[in-house]
Design a protein around this ligand. Structure first.
Ligand SMILES: *Cc1c(COP(=O)(O)O)cnc(C)c1O
Length: 399
């Protein structure tokens, strides 16, 4: 039998990424590939960077997409800011902030880990204590910790970083374009994201921005960046004025990212943040009416893009998720690490964060739970979500 034409199923990606993709982004992905120095592509690069500055809300000169996934963004931020002899603090409250710590420990710098219990954000007071007597160069943090659905409010850490004269390095992979963030106003030094989360583009690009203060630090390094590929100053030879060949960028992915960011700007950042908030409110109301408990107890700590819920007693985690996929084409995520088998992570990212998807997910969850013998008050989830929507009173259709 010859191998057949590629025909992926059309899934609803209610996961912590990759998220479902707007048809307009798919069209951009299928546009003709030109050369990386073609005048058309040079204009496309400038537009992509301009849109990126609008989404990050920054005037930073160094603003570009790295040809890498979100993890490549972490790698870029860390290996450029740290060198031998430096000291740094990484705030760890889950799987992805642990990854930043792991990447940092592979540099020649001395890293201090400051932890928070799962389901909580790191307390800036603990960072202040851990920094005592040290010359801290950077503080690293995950703005949205995807493994636990926790948002970290950055103002407290910014204050500590100011006291220490440290740079604040922010993983905004799961939060950019969904959680309010203003890079310049909040004085965030290095911020990176991932194309496949709330921006709703395909995976593979990591937008990054670097403040003038952090740029100073990069230009005054004593040693070369250990990674040639992720060296920001040489990558900027292509993305900056020179447009000099560095590596062949993934042209099609840049088209897609440009279109996804254009749609973000067209919708408006405030409207997009509010859409994420209102949809998560409805999802939470629906789950609670179905007696499904939230993993993150304090509403202030909840990340709008990922809602972790406790798996109800009597339900088989894998069987439940398999049935959602097979019967409804909906993918949700399980827990990772210590939360495996304990929680589901319900994603509402970018294009996926829509009223119709929330209502479908709630009714599908009710159906699958019933099939597994767990009784849920009939229609209670959907009814509560509808009430929540009528209270929030904003236009929630996907743009
Ligand atoms: C998804 C994610 C990453 C990793 O991104 P990849 O694209 O999988 O490499 C890093 N940090 C956070 C907060 C994430 O949600």
């Amino acid at each position: 039998m010859p191998i057949g034409e590629l025909a992926p199923p059309l899934r609803l990606m209610m996961t912590p990424g990759p998220s479902s993709i707007d048809p307009r982004v798919y069209r951009a992905l299928a546009a003709p590939v030109v050369g990386h120095l073609d005048p058309f592509f040079k204009t496309c690069m400038s537009e992509t960077q301009e849109l990126m500055r609008q989404v990050f809300q920054t005037a930073n000169r160094i603003t570009m997409p790295m040809s890498a996934t979100g993890s490549g963004g972490i790698e870029t931020a860390i290996v450029n800011t740290l060198e031998a002899g430096d000291e740094a603090i990484v705030c760890v409250n889950g799987y992805f902030s642990e990854r930043m710590y792991e990447i940092a420990t592979r540099t020649q710098a001395k890293i201090t880990k400051v932890e928070a219990p799962l389901g909580r954000a790191v307390d800036p007071e603990d960072v202040r204590r851990a920094a005592a007597g040290k010359k801290i160069k950077i503080i690293g943090v995950a703005h949205g910790e995807t493994s636990t659905g926790v948002v970290t409010h950055l103002d407290g850490l910014r204050k500590v970083a100011d006291e220490l004269g440290a740079l604040l390095v922010v993983d905004a992979v799961a939060s950019l374009a969904a959680v309010p963030m203003n890079v310049d106003k909040e004085r965030l030094d290095v911020v990176f994201s991932g194309s496949q989360k709330a921006l709703s583009a395909p995976p593979g690009m990591s937008p990054i921005t670097v403040s003038p203060r952090a740029e100073e630090v990069l230009t005054h390094r004593k040693t070369k960046v250990q990674s040639w590929y992720f060296d920001i100053t040489t990558a900027m030879a292509y993305w900056g004025q020179g447009r000099l060949y560095h590596h062949t960028p993934p042209i099609s992915l840049i088209y897609a990212l440009r279109e996804a960011m254009r749609l973000t700007v067209e919708e408006g950042l405030e409207a997009r943040w509010e859409r994420h908030r209102a949809n998560q409110q409805a999802l939470i109301a629906g789950c609670e009416a179905m007696h499904i408990k939230m993993f993150v107890e304090n509403p202030k700590d909840r990340l709008v893009t990922v809602t972790p819920v406790m798996i109800p007693a009597g339900i088989d985690d894998v069987k439940f998720r398999d049935q959602l996929l097979e019967e409804f084409n909906i993918e949700i995520a399980g827990g990772i690490g210590p939360l495996k088998g304990k929680i589901w992570r319900l994603g509402l990212m970018g294009y996926c964060a829509q009223k119709a998807n929330v209502l479908l997910l709630l009714s599908a969850m009710e159906k699958v739970a019933l099939d597994q013998g767990v009784r849920i008050p009939a229609g209670a989830g959907v009814a509560s979500a509808i009430r929540s929507y009528s209270q929030s009173g904003v236009a929630l259709a996907a743009k």
